[in-house]
Design a protein around this ligand. Structure first.
Ligand SMILES: [Zn+2]
Length: 247
C-alpha cells in the first residue's frame, strides 16, 4: 500500500461538543463507527442517535410487527454500551425508505432539536467500494442527512418546523460519513474498540440471522478488520474512517 500524503487520513476535527448520528437501521452505527462514539462520550461529548426505521424488515423469520420492537430494544442497549442514552426513531418503513422532502424534513427537524456541530451518517454512495452494492435505505438516508444539514439552517425550506417551535440551526460544521468507500478522515479506534464489539453484540438476534459464525467472533473480526484496514492510512493506528463534508 502506498502512503503518499494524499492517501493519509486526517484526524477528524475535535473542536465540537454535540454530535447527532442519523442512520437507516438498528446496527448501522454499531457496524459503522461505535468505537469512535465510545471515545467521544468518554471525553464528555453529547451524542444522540436518530434512526429512520426500526429495522423491522431485517429478519426473515420474524414478522415486522414483532421484529421492530425487538430491534429497537437491541438498538437502545447497543447505544447504552457506548454512552448514548438518546435514541429516536423517525418511523419510515424499513427497506423502502424514500429519498425526498419528507425524509429531509424529518432529519432537519431532528437536527434542529439536537443542535449538533457534527452530524454522522452511514455510507450514502452506491457501493461499499468496488462492486459491493449498497442498500437503497443507506443511500437515501445518507443523502438526505447531507442535505438536511443545510435544510436545518434555512427558515423558509420547511416553515412548518418553525411553527412547531423548531428554530433554524445553522451550526452544523461537518457531516461525517462512516463506511464510505472514499474516506478522508479518521478517529483512533483503540480506546473504544472493545465497547464497539460489545455494542454490536447487543444486536444478537439480528446477528444470529445475519451470519452462521459465532456472534462474538463475527463482531470482533468485522470491527477489528475494518479498524486495521483504515489504520493502514492512519499511521498504523487502528481507526474508524469517515468521509467528511465540511460546511
Ligand atoms: Zn443498515
Amino acid at each position: 500500500m502506498t502512503d503518499a500524503p494524499s492517501d493519509r487520513l486526517l484526524p477528524l476535527p475535535d473542536d465540537w461538543r454535540r454530535a447527532l448520528a442519523v442512520v437507516a437501521h438498528p446496527d448501522d452505527l454499531e457496524h459503522g463507527c461505535a468505537a469512535a462514539i465510545a471515545a467521544w462520550t468518554d471525553a464528555g461529548r453529547e451524542v444522540a442517535y436518530v434512526l429512520a426505521t426500526r429495522g423491522e424488515a431485517g429478519i426473515d423469520t420474524l414478522e415486522p410487527a414483532r421484529c421492530g420492537p425487538l430491534r429497537e430494544r437491541e438498538q437502545r442497549a447497543g447505544a447504552a454500551v457506548v454512552g448514548v442514552s438518546v435514541v429516536e426513531f423517525l418511523d419510515h418503513r424499513d427497506g423502502v425508505v424514500e429519498y425526498g422532502t419528507a425524509l429531509r424534513r424529518d432529519i432537519a427537524a431532528a437536527i434542529r432539536r439536537h443542535r449538533p456541530e457534527l452530524v454522522i451518517t452511514l455510507n450514502h454512495r452506491d457501493t461499499w467500494g468496488g462492486t459491493v452494492w449498497n442498500t437503497p435505505d443507506h443511500v437515501a438516508v445518507g443523502r438526505a442527512t447531507l442535505d438536511a444539514a443545510g435544510d436545518a439552517g434555512n427558515r423558509w425550506i420547511f416553515p412548518d418546523l418553525v411553527e412547531q417551535g423548531l428554530e433554524p440551526w445553522d451550526g452544523v460544521r461537518w457531516v461525517a460519513v462512516a463506511g464510505s468507500p472514499q474516506p478522508t478522515h479518521a478517529v483512533d479506534a483503540t480506546p473504544g474498540l472493545d465497547r464497539a464489539v460489545a455494542s454490536l453484540l447487543e444486536h444478537r438476534t439480528y446477528l444470529e440471522t445475519l451470519t452462521a459464525q459465532d456472534p462474538e467472533t463475527y463482531a470482533r473480526d468485522f470491527l477489528t478488520g475494518h479498524a486495521r484496514a483504515a489504520g493502514e492510512r492512519f499511521g498504523g493506528t487502528p481507526a474508524v474512517a469517515f468521509e467528511v463534508f465540511p460546511r
